[in-house]
Design a protein around this ligand. Sequence first.
Ligand SMILES: [Fe+2]
Ligand SMILES: [Fe+2]
Length: 218
Amino acid sequence: MDVPDTRDFVRALAADNAAFWTDRGVRLDAAAAPAVRLEQIRYRMRQGVYNELRSVELIAAWIPWVPEREIRELLPGQLDDEHRHYQLLRGRLRELGEDPDAYRPLPEWAALFDWLIACRTRPTLEKLAMFQFAGETQSCDGFETLIALASDVDPITGELYRSQILPDERRHAGIGRRALLLCDSPAAQARARAACHEMNERISAAYHAHRARVDTRA
Ligand SMILES: [Fe+2]
Ligand SMILES: [Fe+2]
């Protein structure tokens, strides 16, 4: 059977993902006044506290449903990282005079994590294509934007993301790539591609619903 090199498959899928997000306009607003940018950064930190905690829950829910030992053994480390990120963001918000536990979950992100947790019985390649590969890659892009936009208005928070969160999230995206390298049949590759697309569509819908509901109010 003529199966393309799985590294070529992963590279092509990464390019597809990047193309999906080109010009979708879901990032922080670089042109906003410093005070607005600062509030947007704070907003995303509060949301980040929630997302990191749900990531802990998600990875814990998935681990028993990943039979491939070489992938499963990577996940407890990711769970530790997400828990550390949760605590780091809570600590930084406290330094800024906020109560990090005072905020209600945002419904768009709650629904996204509820759906991902319900996906725990799907094949490993689909799950990791969705969260680690598509989702974490998109998170890394979002963090890079946040770091750039925080450089003048909140450099301490920017440095926290740059030095203590982003490197871990890049490693998590790498776990997704590693899982996808196991996709050695056209059928497996098609399933992984469809799962990535499904995840990108859901993230995009959550961003836009959230932005329509909240950011226009700022
Ligand atoms: Fe994280
Ligand atoms: Fe992560």
